[in-house]
Design a protein around this ligand. Structure first.
Ligand code: ADP
Ligand code: MG
Ligand code: MG
Ligand code: MG
Ligand code: MG
Length: 443
């Protein structure tokens, strides 16, 4: 249901809302907010609130720093854990220039541009994310550690531990905020969890991911734990992914990836969509896997993808097409991780998929054997390429991919590449503990 400005003002009053966070997302997928009191809410909803854009990374230069926040009334939600006296609510905002045009550096706008393109072609993108995260203990001073205490494994019925309690509380709060939680379980690694919620149209799915990360961290903190979406916090155990399930639907709401007469029940559009993603997957890596640490997850042995292949049969490849057909027909992109900017990830995947449809790009043949058991020669023979091996390789791939750069827009891609190069340089020029352990006494 669409909420009007009047609805929001009424709901805020009825629920004793005293503080409102006006939220948006920076280039690096970090949630930003401008906090206001209920007295300023009406002004904010009339799009009259300004903020200094030059204080946000990847936004604007000092000399053009005044930006307008346009709250999306449909995103009004009261944080359930603040309910009572002095409740706190949030609104997700679009960013506008002083001249009333949308700001090109706003990730939400960049995704909207992609969804508009899809709409022009008769499609809506639906996205169902599976966010994994770790719950760690904090030390006596409250500083996060990488220690977990639990012994529960995947789907185990372990005695209730701190992590389980926290996760249950997260689910309860998310549901109060309107999330339809579909799966909530312990993951492979100690201290690792997954909460999956029902798919929705792309913009709301990306908004939901940002909200989800915030709620998980707040609730963890209330349980004395630290929730981390870092892709690979601990060497030797599984990292955290953000499998991104995607399908297109047509205007009448039918799943455009399903065709009972198509090969394996998939439509031509589904194959072309995959074809487009395969074409750009390397260029997209700096977006889907944007940190130095992202590439510590993308190694063999942990169910994370390493090779560029797809399958309907096994779980290891980059794209899996789950067996379900009908309304659940979808492709599951398995390389994105929860350190990514979800607006950019969806914008890039959607633009690439649509290009596949427009240009009738076929995906490679499916790989239905365990790719990790193939020799490098067998993989070369089968035409299976690797994802970039580190952030630097990913940066070079993005630099080469004009299409993905265009999907990010002229404002964002130069700033993004510059920032990512600096991030790589900061990492690569430092001497890490591993090097000291390995070389100090050897040489
Ligand atoms: P897995 O089997 O990989 O663990 P999950 O059951 O954890 O998958 O998550 C599947 C996700 O796919 C959920 O978010 C679900 O809502 C979503 N999904 C289901 N149907 C569609 C669809 N047609 N389009 C996009 N996402 C979908
Ligand atoms: Mg899952
Ligand atoms: Mg499942
Ligand atoms: Mg999982
Ligand atoms: Mg999955």
């Amino acid at each position: 249901a669409d909420l009007t400005v009047q609805d929001v003002l009424r709901m805020a009053k009825e629920n004793n809302v005293k503080f409102i966070r006006l939220q948006f997302t920076d280039m690096f997928g970090i949630l930003k907010n401008v906090a206001i009191t209920e007295k300023q809410l009406e002004k904010a909803l009339n799009n009259e609130l300004m903020f200094d854009g030059s204080s946000i990374e990847g936004y604007v230069r000092i000399e053009e720093s005044d930006m307008y926040l346009r709250p999306d009334p449909n995103t009004f939600v009261i944080y359930p854990w603040t309910q009572g006296e002095g409740a706190e609510a949030r609104l997700i905002c679009d960013i506008y220039n002083p001249d009333g045009t949308p700001f090109e550096g706003d990730p939400r706008y960049i995704l909207k541009r992609a969804t508009q393109k899809a709409l022009d072609m008769g499609y809506t993108l639906n996205v169902g994310p599976e966010c994994e995260f770790f719950l760690f203990h904090t030390d006596s001073e409250g500083v996060p550690t990488i220690k977990t205490h639990d012994k529960a494994g995947y789907f185990d019925m372990a005695p209730v531990d701190l992590g389980e309690n926290a996760r249950r509380d997260m689910v309860i709060n998310l549901e109060k905020m309107g999330f339809e939680v579909e799966a909530s379980h312990h993951e492979l690694a100690p201290g690792q969890h997954e909460i999956g919620f029902k798919y929705s149209e792309a913009i709301s799915a990306a908004d939901n991911i940002m909200t989800f990360r915030y709620v998980v961290r707040v609730i963890a903190q209330r349980h004395g734990l630290h929730a981390s979406f870092m892709p690979k916090p601990v060497f030797g155990i599984a990292g955290s992914g953000m499998h991104t399930n995607m399908s297109l639907s047509t205007v009448d709401g039918t799943n455009a990836f399903y065709d009972e007469n198509g090969k394996d029940g998939l439509s031509q559009a589904a194959y072309y969509f995959m074809g487009g993603i395969f074409k750009h997957i390397k260029g997209m890596a700096a977006i889907t896997n944007p940190t130095v640490n992202s590439y510590k997850r993308l190694v063999p042995g942990y169910e994370a993808p390493v090779y560029i292949a797809w399958s309907g049969k096994n779980r290891s490849p980059l794209i899996r097409v789950p067996a379900k057909r009908g309304a659940s027909t979808r492709v599951e992109l398995r390389n994105p991780d929860p350190s990514c900017n979800p607006y950019f990830t969806m914008a890039a995947a959607l633009q690439a998929g649509l290009e596949g449809i427009e240009k009738k790009i076929n995906p490679p043949e499916p790989t239905n054997v365990n790719i990790y058991e193939m020799t490098p020669e067998e993989r070369t023979e089968a035409g299976i390429d690797n994802l970039p091996g580190n952030l630097f390789e990913a940066i070079l791939e993005l630099e080469k991919d004009d299409f993905i750069k265009k999907a990010m827009g002229d404002h964002v891609h130069p700033l993004y590449l510059e920032a990512k190069k600096l991030e790589w340089h900061n990492f690569a020029s430092r001497v890490h503990q591993w090097e000291v352990d390995e070389y100090l006494t050897k040489f």
